[in-house]
Write a protein that binds this ligand. Structure first.
Ligand SMILES: [Zn+2]
Length: 140
C-alpha cells in the first residue's frame, strides 16, 4: 500500500482517476507491478473484502500520521529534540558524519540510525521514521 497523499492517482487497470490509497499488486500473468485502486486490487486477488480492509487500514494510518505531524517537539538543545508518543519517550539527535548531518532516534531504550538501509538526513524524515516505528509496533 502506498498513500499517495492526494486523491489523484490514476488506477493502471481501469483508469479511475481518484485513487489516493494505491495497492501495489503483482500477478503471475503480468510482468512487474500494477498500481491500482481498491476495487481493482480486490478483483486481481479475488478478494474484495481483503482489499477493502487494506484500504481502510491505510486510511486509518494516514489519519494517525496526520495527528502525529501536529505533535509539538521540545527543543532540548541545538541538536536534540524530544517528544512523547504512545507512552514512549522519543529523542532525536543530530550528528555529523564526514561533513554530513544525520539523525539518530531513540525510542525508550532502543536506538535507530538507519532506515531502509540509509542514514536519516533530515529532521522531518527522522520524525516520520519515529511514526513508522511506533505505529508498526502499535498495530502488531
Ligand atoms: Zn481500477
Amino acid at each position: 500500500m502506498v498513500d499517495g497523499e492526494t486523491a489523484d492517482f490514476i488506477c493502471e487497470l481501469c483508469s479511475c482517476q481518484k485513487v489516493r490509497y494505491i495497492h501495489v499488486m503483482e500477478h503471475p500473468e503480468y510482468n512487474g507491478e500494477l498500481n491500482v485502486g481498491c476495487i481493482c486490487a480486490g478483483y486481481m486477488e479475488g478478494d474484495l473484502i481483503a482489499a477493502r480492509e487494506r484500504d481502510d487500514a491505510a486510511r486509518r494510518k494516514s489519519s494517525r500520521r496526520a495527528n502525529f505531524r501536529k505533535k509539538k517537539w521540545e527543543e532540548q538543545g541545538e541538536n536534540r529534540w524530544g517528544a512523547k508518543y504512545k507512552r514512549r519517550s522519543v529523542v532525536i539527535e543530530r550528528e555529523v558524519f564526514r561533513g554530513r548531518d544525520f539523525y539518530k532516534i531513540q525510542i525508550d531504550t532502543d536506538c535507530y540510525q538507519w532506515w531502509k538501509n540509509r542514514r536519516i538526513e533530515t529532521l522531518e524524515d527522522a520524525k516520520l521514521v519515529v511514526f513508522e516505528l511506533i505505529d508498526w509496533e502499535e498495530t502488531q
